[in-house]
Write a protein that binds this ligand. Structure first.
Ligand code: FAD
Length: 436
């Protein structure tokens, strides 16, 4: 039996690791992971890559070595189509930066397929966004933003040193969800670090960050108290928060609102909304929702196919909300983690010809980290039985523990302990920020 998982992200890599250990290593099934990248970085860390707090070169996991250690196979491949009759995947040709072909168009067969290709930012069709805004959907985009940020800081420092004291760096971020909020705070930390590490002319007043949110408040998924506390803290740091502000179009280095207010900016980041890849809406015979997510049944098999599962941000899974209303499982790392666990169980059930289990989403709460300044959030379940508001050091520790749990799922206890130790050592021997 051949199980193919497409997408080695928050959910897909956990699933491949688990199935590799349970089935691949024991020769009970062939487990193959396909991803269009060579390495994995946990997506909730991308805003830290963008600011430079995290170095993808140090913190990412190489798929090939990880697959070798955990009993599964890895192949580089970018999915572009599925032939469900023949149970075959179509993979695009891959070329290097110079345009030279690395791999031609190929096919890959499967007995069971798991789609875990995640999501991308939703520009909601707003004019000029795709062409003029930076997205933080992939490590490449986050790294490219970081390089531009570094260059802007260096230019700014030079101009200030030459007496052009009116010069500033403007960053505009659209979307007051976790990504926008966390990136805003990270930029202030980056400014502090650059000043410490030699760009002495840049002071706090030279960085202007505008955070623009269409809704009436930041962090709509969290309570009003947390949202207000976050907004106050960001304002204290120096972020200009604009709620109830709808961006109508984007131009090169500017955003224009629906009442023609203009935000000029050197860097513009679009972090509003998530949708699954447009490609999914074109897979013949498979149903998708408005966010292009593949509709899955309670056992996470996609509607209309008994050999394809979907999980994480690319899966549209309906659940009952607190008041009995129907709602989609939110596109979060914890959802991808919980879905990966269930798909692993259900694939093993299929092999043993046992009945499949249904997905039960357990909201463990939400946390938002304002860099090293503070963190806010609510924790659900566990000791708190209900929801527990957390703030400051405890919230920051809970936030960090989310990543540790992902590391635990892919590396196990021993390696996670070693990785944690290595992180602590790096904290002492390396600068606090990637400076190039
Ligand atoms: C900046 C940022 C901050 C976030 N912060 C948080 C947070 O604090 N808490 C939280 O819970 N969630 C957060 N999220 C959301 C969270 O990262 C996602 O919900 C989660 O990563 C979804 O997991 P996934 O496995 O579905 O997909 P992903 O983790 O996105 O992985 C998808 C994988 O599929 C691969 N892939 C994509 N297309 C193809 C293709 N065609 N062929 C082959 N491979 C493909 C990609 O390379 C990637 O490895 C954040 C997201 C971002 C962007």
């Amino acid at each position: 039996m051949k199980i193919v998982i497409v997408g080695g992200g928050a959910g897909g890599l956990e699933l491949a690791t688990r199935l590799g250990k349970k089935l691949g290593r024991k020769g009970k099934a062939e487990v193959l992971l396909l991803d269009r990248n060579h390495t994995h970085i946990w997506k909730p860390l991308l805003h830290e890559v963008a600011s430079g707090s995290l170095d993808v070169g140090v913190d990412s996991v190489g798929y090939r070595a990880h697959a070798h250690q955990n009993g599964f196979m890895f192949k580089l491949g970018s999915l572009c189509g599925i032939d469900r009759q023949r149970k075959v995947l179509h993979l695009e040709a891959l070329a290097d930066a110079e345009g030279e072909e690395i791999l031609p168009e190929r096919e890959e067969t499967y007995d069971y397929l798991v789609l875990a290709i995640g999501g991308v930012s939703n520009d909601f069709g707003v004019d000029g966004v795709a062409a003029n805004c930076t997205f933080l959907d992939s490590p490449e985009q986050a790294t490219s933003f970081h390089q531009r940020l570094v260059n802007h800081f260096i230019r700014l420092n030079r101009k200030l040193s030459q007496g052009e004291t009116h010069q500033e760096l403007h960053v505009a971020i659209v979307g007051g969800g976790a990504t926008g909020v966390e990136l805003s705070a990270e930029l202030f930390k980056a400014r502090e670090c650059f000043t410490t590490y030699g760009l002495h002319h840049i002071k706090a007043e030279h960085l202007k960050v505008s955070l623009i949110e269409a809704g009436p408040r930041l962090l709509p998924a969290l309570s009003e108290n947390i949202s207000l506390a976050t907004q106050n803290e960001l304002t204290r740091l120096g972020v200009n928060v604009h709620v109830s502000t709808v961006v109508a179009r984007a131009e090169s280095n500017a955003l224009i609102t629906n009442n023609e207010h203009r935000f000029d900016a050197d860097l513009v980041v679009w972090a509003a909304g998530v949708k699954a890849a447009d490609m999914l809406a074109g897979f013949e015979g498979l149903e998708t929702n408005r966010a292009n997510q593949l509709i899955v049944g309670p056992n996470l098999l996609v509607k209309g196919d008994q050999y394809i599962f979907a999980l994480g941000d690319c899966a549209g899974c309906l659940i009952k909300g607190p008041n009995g209303e129907e709602q989609w499982v939110p596109p979060r790392a914890q959802s991808a983690h919980q879905m990966a666990n269930l798909v692993a169980k259900n694939i093993i059930h299929l092999i043993k010809s046992e009945p499949l289990e249904n997905f039960v989403y357990r909201d463990r709460g939400s946390l938002v980290s304002l860099s090293h300044y503070t963190a806010f959030g609510k924790l659900m379940g566990g000791l708190s039985k209900g929801s527990l508001k957390v703030e400051g050091r405890i919230a920051r520790m809970a936030y960090v523990s989310l990543y540790r749990m992902h590391q635990l799922a892919i590396h196990g206890w021993y390696r996670t302990l070693l990785v944690t130790l290595a992180d602590k050592i790096n904290h002492f021997i390396r600068p606090r920020l990637k400076l190039h």
